[in-house]
Design a protein around this ligand. Sequence first.
Ligand SMILES: *Cc1c(COP(=O)(O)O)cnc(C)c1O
Length: 453
Amino acid sequence: MSDSARPVGGPSLPQERRLVTEIPGPRSRELFARRNATVAFGVSTTLPVFVTRAGGAVLEDVDGNQLIDFGSGIAVTSVGNSAEAVVGRAAEQLQRFTHTCFMVTPYESYVAVCEALAELTPGEHPKKSALFNSGAEAVENAVKIARAYTKRQAVVVFDHGYHGRTNLTMALTAKNMPYKNGFGPFAPEIYRMPMAYPLRWPTGPEHCAEEAAAQAISQIDKQVGAHNVAAVVIEPIQGEGGFIEPPAGFLPRIAEYCRANGIVFVADEIQTGFCRTGDWFACEHEGVVPDLITTAKGLAGGLPLAGVTGRAEIMDAAHAGGLGGTYGGNPVACAAALGAIDTMRAQDLAGRARKIGEVMTSRLRALAERHPQIAEVRGRGAMIAIELVKPGTLEPAPETAVKAAAFCHAAGVVVLTCGTYGNVLRFLPPLVIGDDLLGEGLDVIDQAFDSMS
Ligand SMILES: *Cc1c(COP(=O)(O)O)cnc(C)c1O
């Protein structure tokens, strides 16, 4: 096919893995050398293939290889890369106007995104939203709003939590390397509590929810004082921290404590949100209704957009002009979000995420039977991970995660690692991935472990 006759990307890109060079190929290696000469050292690369186009669950690189995408650009392209409705709406908006600044002269799509957020987030109460550029910015603003509303300062977060890379969100984030090391001093009035981490809970997973909640609550009471706490910020399933899913009962107990003490309960659903876990939002799974919810990643199909949504009386606590930013709620990003949300609705991507979860979980459980390095298969919907240990112990085995990821990458499957101990392999395929491609990606993961034993 001549280059102009080939599909340009988007959903029409053939949904198949195809390796024509080693990974990375010669052109990618050349570009990587150029990259290294000019891009700051602190910006890292998981897999140094340079992408020329992408569609659905396939990435095509400069050497003509096609890779299966089990990362979605870190849980962003849930509707598939270059989804038709996202590209169509964004392109149309680009031709109308690129920017006015919503705070200067507004436009409809920003309002429509806020209406959709009010409709889709948990709870029937009156809601309002504000839009930003990145997840970190959304979390920062949720804290600003909670402080303005409560007139309190303290913020409670959890072990293994990740909330971003700005100064305040670094302080909220648990893990030192690579996020915080050498970047302090950090923002004050942040208090970190134990997280319900069933695999590693000292008295066993069956006691984890209750004991972890009791410990967290007691520590808040004794070390901070509930009346000083503006907000509790928590990921319903932790993302970067290792896809740690608190057992049933933990989140509702923390939410109830917040309600009883006038603390704003903030669900950071930046990674879990927008159908990823098989519901629109992960906290719906246990019927938890957060006061504020932060969203980003999956919201706009790949364009930078983030939101804080919540109870109208809390959202309205900040004074006029107190919230905003030059680009927040950019019209192209808003158009893309409306396209992404339409796609999620029309294709029931929450249902699709549940199906993907069933397939992945059963395949990975079978793999774990054969390979004692896999201590646990966990997660929900299309947010699934395996935690790797030295066989027969709970000692983390980050080197196994690195080896398995390297095998998958060489075989043309993009997978990501995460976890406080770096020993978790996580899978975040686009929710539009076909059964064949999903199965083929899982075959490669099987082969990665079979090759190590
Ligand atoms: C990615 C992420 C963030 C930060 O989002 P950015 O857009 O990278 O700033 C915050 N919280 C959670 C749970 C995330 O997964």
